[in-house]
Design a binder for this molecule. Structure first.
Ligand SMILES: Nc1ncnc2c1ncn2[C@@H]1O[C@H](COP(=O)(O)OP(=O)(O)OP(=O)(O)O)[C@@H](O)[C@H]1O
Ligand SMILES: [Mg+2]
Length: 310
C-alpha cells in the first residue's frame, strides 16, 4: 500500500469559452467539474498503474459524493476528512485557441480539531503503508513546518517518504531529510537561490540536495525530461513528443510513476524511465493529472535514459 497525503483537495471546474475579455460577460459552451489537487492526481495515477493506494485529504459535505465516487471509480481508497469550510475551487477558462486562464481559490481555514483529524488519519494510514507521499499545498491553518513533522513521523516508522512541495513547505521538509524530493526547475531555483540553466547545473543541484540528506533527489525539467541521482550515479531521462495537449499535472504523474517504480524495488535509472513516461503520457491528454496505462506502456520504450558522466 502507498499512502498519499494530499490534504488540500480541490474542486476543478473547466469552462470552455470563445475569447476572454476582461470586464465582459461570457457564456460557457462546455463545462466540466471534477475533483482535483495534486494528491488526487498522484493517487489516481498510481492506481492506474496497478498499485494499491490510499489518499488522505479534505472533503466537505457538498462534495463528499463527487470526490468519493471519482476516487472509487479510479481505484483509490479515499479517507476524506470532512470539514466545515468549503473546499477550494480552481477554475480554468479555456479559450477557443487553447489559451488557459486559471483562478485558484484559497480554500478553507481549518480549526485545530480539523487539523488533528487529518493528522490522525495520516498517522493511521502510514502504519499500513510501505511508502508515503506528501504532495501539494497545505490547507490554511497548518504551519509551514508541517511537512517536516510528517516526514519525521513517517520515516521514524520506517517508511520512505517522497515530497513534492514548493516554497517554505519544501524548505522545511528538506530539514527532515525525506527519501526523495521532486522539485521542478522553478521550485529548485527558489530552494537553492540560483539559476538552473541546463542539465549540468541540474545535476549539481541534485548533488547539493543529496548532501543535505536526501537519498534520491529528482529534478523535473518539463519538455527537457528529468534528472535523478542515486548510489549508482546521476541520470538524465527524456522522451520527445510530437503533440502536447496539456502538461499541467505532468509533475504529479511523474511522481506517481517514480513512486510505483521505487515500491517495486527499481533503481533510479529504471524509476526515471517510468516517471518520464507517465509525465509525458499526461501531457498528451486533455485531462489534468491522469494517465492511461497503455499509453504509458507505449511511451516506455521511447524514453531515453543516459548516465551523466561529468
Ligand atoms: N512537453 C513535454 N514533452 C515531454 N515530456 C514532458 C513534457 N512536459 C512534461 N513532461 C514530462 O513530465 C515531467 C514533469 O513535468 P514538469 O517538469 O513540467 O512538472 P511540474 O512543473 O512539476 O508539473 P505540475 O506541477 O503541473 O504537475 C517532465 O520531467 C517530463 O518527463
Ligand atoms: Mg509540480
Amino acid at each position: 500500500m502507498i499512502t498519499v497525503a494530499g490534504f488540500n483537495t480541490a474542486i476543478d471546474r473547466l469552462i470552455q469559452i470563445d475569447t476572454l475579455t476582461s470586464g465582459q460577460v461570457h457564456r460557457a459552451s462546455a463545462e466540466q467539474v471534477y475533483p482535483g489537487g495534486k494528491g488526487v492526481h498522484v493517487a489516481q495515477t498510481m492506481a492506474a498503474l496497478g498499485e494499491r493506494v490510499q489518499l488522505v485529504g479534505l472533503v466537505d459535505a457538498a462534495h463528499r459524493n463527487l470526490v468519493g465516487r471519482r476516487m472509487s471509480e479510479r481505484g483509490v481508497l479515499f479517507h476524506g476528512v470532512e470539514v466545515a469550510g468549503e473546499l477550494r475551487h480552481c477554475m480554468a477558462l479555456r479559450e477557443r485557441d487553447g489559451r488557459m486562464t486559471e483562478i485558484l481559490g484559497q480554500g478553507p481555514q481549518l480549526s485545530p480539531d480539523e487539523r488533528d483529524r487529518l493528522l490522525r488519519d495520516f498517522q493511521r494510514s502510514v502504519d499500513e503503508s510501505e511508502l508515503v507521499i506528501l504532495s501539494g499545498s497545505l490547507p490554511r491553518g497548518f504551519a509551514a513546518d508541517t511537512y517536516a513533522a510528517l516526514v519525521r513521523l513517517a520515516q521514524s516508522a520506517g517508511k520512505r517518504c517522497l515530497v513534492d512541495a514548493s516554497g517554505e513547505l519544501l524548505h522545511h521538509a528538506l530539514e527532515a531529510r525525506p527519501f526523495l524530493i521532486k522539485p521542478n526547475r522553478d521550485e529548485v531555483q527558489v530552494l537553492l537561490g540560483r539559476d538552473i540553466d541546463g542539465i549540468a547545473a541540474a545535476v549539481d543541484a541534485l548533488r547539493e540536495i543529496a548532501a543535505r540528506g536526501v537519498s534520491m533527489p529528482v529534478l523535473s525539467l518539463g519538455a527537457d525530461g528529468a534528472v535523478g541521482l542515486d548510489g549508482d550515479g546521476a541520470w538524465h531521462a527524456s522522451v520527445e513528443l510530437e503533440q502536447v495537449r496539456n502538461a499541467v499535472g505532468s509533475g504529479d504523474c511523474f511522481l506517481a510513476g517514480m513512486a510505483v517504480a521505487l515500491r517495486r524495488g527499481q533503481p533510479m535509472r529504471e524509476a526515471l524511465r517510468l516517471a518520464v513516461a507517465c509525465g509525458a503520457a499526461n501531457a498528451m491528454e486533455t485531462e489534468t493529472g491522469y494517465v492511461h496505462p497503455d499509453r504509458v506502456e507505449h511511451l516506455l520504450g521511447r524514453v531515453q535514459v543516459r548516465a551523466w558522466m561529468h
